[in-house]
Design a protein around this ligand. Structure first.
Ligand SMILES: [Zn+2]
Length: 212
């Protein structure tokens, strides 16, 4: 897999997670191309495209620029993962799971490109206005593929990806910074305010008692 990682998250964690997700839905991960970006919010999103031609390969590996070369790619997608500064500390596990499910969904699209897109029905080939996301045939198929993969994981037919998802959640947990995380900052401001308020409340009572 060609992983173009533009986030702070280590390549190792992302790559293992993606290979597991891709295999779960039956895609060939070796020639897939993945760009990973970091969101400016806690959103996760992705878009897959059919890239079966040759493309110039660039990007960083092991901290230094990789030599440009031509690589044949079969299926690609862009993925945006949440910025740890916008993630609630108690929600790291939930976000890691969302990311894993989305990667499975994108690989479900990549799988169809690898099989050959002429074999399937596509929303842009239909007559009339392009349907909403929920009603597009390619999205319904992708959701079905993900659902089947999840059933297989539940039944134990595929190796459980939980440790890999947990590794991503742990990385998010390690990025919780009191100075930059908005939730932690918000809570601290609230705490300070309540503390100051309770002190203010206490002072008059003491004075009252002294006066009595
Ligand atoms: Zn989709």
């Amino acid at each position: 897999m060609y992983l173009n990682n533009r986030t702070r998250c280590p390549d190792d964690i992302l790559e293992k997670l993606m290979v597991a997700a891709g295999r779960a839905v039956g895609a060939k991960t070796t020639k897939a191309w993945v760009n990973v970006n970091m969101s400016k919010t806690n959103r996760t999103r992705g878009t897959a495209e059919d890239v079966s031609r040759c493309r110039r390969l660039r990007g960083k590996k092991n901290g230094r620029l990789r030599r440009s070369r031509w690589a044949s790619v079969a299926g690609a997608f862009n993925l945006t993962i949440p910025n740890p500064d916008y993630v609630k500390p108690e929600d790291v596990g939930k976000h890691a799971e969302i990311i894993f499910n989305l990667v499975m969904h994108e690989f479900a699209h990549v799988r169809e490109y690898q099989i050959g897109r002429h074999k399937f029905e596509w929303s842009h080939r239909q007559n009339g206005r392009r349907p909403k996301w929920k009603r597009r045939p390619e999205e319904i198929r992708a959701e079905d593929t993900v659902y089947e993969a999840m059933l297989k994981i539940e039944k134990g037919k595929i190796k459980d990806p939980k440790p890999l998802v947990q590794a991503l959640a742990d990385w998010y947990a390690s990025q919780m910074n009191e100075k930059t995380n908005i939730w932690l900052r918000h809570r601290k401001v609230k705490e300070d305010y309540n503390e100051a308020k309770s002190q203010d409340d206490q002072v008059p009572q003491e004075r009252m008692q002294a006066a009595v």
